[in-house]
Design a protein. Structure first.
Length: 154
């Protein structure tokens, strides 16, 4: 089980006092990507219009630019407002393969201070079954600690 203690501390320190969502998203994607070898793609999709996600800051190979809420793992997380853990992307109906090497994935919804959906945090791994409930808890806590702060604006 990866240890999120240090990276969580670095992220909250880096984002302290910053209310720009993009600046925080870029910092989080960078820190998580640096911290864990099995994080092969880390990035955010933002809600730019009703029922539509558009790519935001990310680290890794090419990411698809737009994802409607009714498509993919990202769409499922946005539509349900719940974290999606996918042990084998090939068995997830409607999975969008931005990279052919991805085997497993976790997508966490990102909420603002008033509970509005800002977007999703998406992490892909080239390893099968790379994510579990502990990862979900840690990533949800990071997103709440940063994006749930008063004054955060998309
Ligand atoms: N696999 C995602 C799409 C984004 S890429 O992973 C960067 C999905 O199914 O929604």
């Amino acid at each position: 089980m990866p240890d999120y203690t240090e990276v969580t501390g670095r992220i909250t320190a880096l984002c302290e006092g910053e209310t720009d969502v993009i600046a925080c998203m870029a910092s989080i994607a960078c820190e998580l990507n640096q911290e864990f070898d099995h994080y092969d793609w880390v990035g955010f999709y933002r809600v730019t219009e009703p029922q539509l996600l558009k790519i935001g800051p990310y680290q890794g190979t090419h990411g698809c630019l737009t994802i409607p809420f009714d498509r993919g793992v990202c769409g499922a997380a946005a539509k349900t407002g719940t974290t999606q853990i996918v042990a084998d992307v090939n068995s997830f109906p409607g999975h969008i393969a931005c990279s052919t090497t991805t085997q497993s994935e976790i997508v966490v919804p990102v909420f603002g201070p008033d509970g509005q959906l800002f977007g999703v945090l998406d992490v892909d791994s080239n390893q099968p079954d790379a994510f579990g409930a502990e990862d979900a808890k840690a990533l949800e806590a990071i997103c709440a600690a940063v994006f749930g702060r008063p004054g955060m604006k998309p």
